[in-house]
Design a protein around this ligand. Structure first.
Ligand code: NCD
Length: 305
């Protein structure tokens, strides 16, 4: 596989194989510790990140490889006016693989034309975030032991949240999955994705405005942050930012084996008093992100272990 732009670039069989590799890495980390010796990953982050960038870096280090890169556009020649294409073409001369995050939708596709090495989309604007989805899939697999037949509630900023766009595209390919979109009118899940991924396949979904009305039905509750940086108007952000706050009392009617996920960073949308609930899977999810990125790097560099 040359590049990973979108989760649907991977077949279900390829996703199964990545999950199997990640599980093997978790069970036998020493087996992989030198597998990317003398390989170099470039992490080009034109937008802030904690988990995605550091988990890519940790993944490459744990495979015995090395990492170069930058964590803000201002410290690269972008600040001098260099085009994305030229930056990436240059970095492609140094590194074996590139993970890049960019505020503009489609930027990684443009970058991939000139890179000369595999490119991984680590988040492009409000569009896609395929490696977060791989993280989410590994988490669902480890927590629920299946993808089929699950009812997934997605809550918060479903308009600008790229993680939910990619997750729906991924989960829509399994059998009997139902989607519940929990969002205020202004932050509803994009209709074009509903048409393309759900309506075209006759997949069941509903749109509601409160989490209380659907809580008992859910197998997975996927919370998201209101994406402050994508708003044109600060007043709208302030009005919408605390629409949903998950607290222990709201979880009372939920299934005992429901899992609570969040790509993180969290702002206010999950109270810290939920963290000790065994259903709170978000820090386990963050850890899974490193293992699945290790598996992805091995696949994209075609390293056999
Ligand atoms: C997400 C992102 O960057 O889209 N974070 C992440 O990669 N774990 C979610 C967010 O920023 O809200």
């Amino acid at each position: 596989m040359k590049n990973l732009m979108n989760i649907t670039d991977l077949t279900l069989e390829e996703i199964d194989a990545l999950i199997a590799t990640a599980e093997d890495i978790i069970a036998n980390p020493e087996k992989y510790q030198d597998s990317c010796k003398h390989k170099l990953l470039a992490a080009l982050f034109f937008e802030p990140s904690t988990r995605t960038r550091l988990s890519f870096e940790a993944a490459m280090h744990r495979l015995g490889g090395s990492v170069i890169g930058f964590s803000e556009a201002g410290s690269s020649s972008t600040a001098k006016g260099e085009s994305l294409s030229d930056t990436v073409q240059t970095v492609g001369c140094y590194a074996d693989i590139i993970a890049m995050r960019h505020p503009k939708e489609g930027a990684p596709v443009v970058a991939a034309r000139r890179a000369g090495v595999p490119i991984i989309n680590a988040g492009d604007g409000a569009h896609n975030h395929p490696t977060q989805t791989l993280t989410d899939l590994l988490t669902i697999w480890r927590e629920k032991h299946t993808f089929n037949g699950l009812t997934i509630g997605l809550c918060g900023d479903l308009k600008f949240g790229r993680t939910v766009h990619s997750l729906v595209a991924a989960m829509a390919r399994y059998t009997g999955v139902k989607f519940v979109f929990i969002a205020p009118e202004e932050l509803k899940f994009p209709h074009y994705i509903i048409e393309d991924e759900l309506e075209s396949r006759g997949i069941e979904y509903k749109e509601v405005t409160t989490m209380e009305e659907v809580m008992p039905e859910l197998d997975v509750l996927y919370m998201t942050r209101v994406q402050k940086e994508r708003f044109f108007n600060e007043a709208d952000y302030i009005r919408l930012k605390d629409t949903y706050i998950l607290t222990p009392d709201k979880l009372e009617p939920a299934k005992k084996d429901m899992i609570i996920m969040h790509p993180l960073p969290r702002v206010n949308e999950i109270s810290v008093t939920v963290d000790d609930d065994p259903r709170a899977a978000y820090f386990r999810q963050a850890k899974n992100g490193m293992y699945i990125r290790m598996a992805l790097i091995l696949k994209m560099l075609e390293v056999e272990v």
